[in-house]
Design a protein around this ligand. Sequence first.
Ligand code: ZN
Length: 81
Amino acid sequence: MNVCKACGEPIEWIRTPSGRSMPVDAESFGLHRLCHGMTVVTEAGTVLCGTRYARGTMQGYIPHWATCPQADQFRRQGMTS
Ligand SMILES: [Zn+2]
């Protein structure tokens, strides 16, 4: 199992269609209600952004940078798989 280097929470790496790996909360897979400013990543790596897509309920993961208390820190340092 992968863990976030900053906060120690379990994460998964999802590969997006553009070939990038995105850290997501391992426990967060399920149905999420998209709203303004919220992003969900599907298992296929498609990023669904609540500001660009119609609001509704989507199945996927929550990006870890949305919940990590140290998000600012690892954004600065960068994360690698
Ligand atoms: Zn974290």
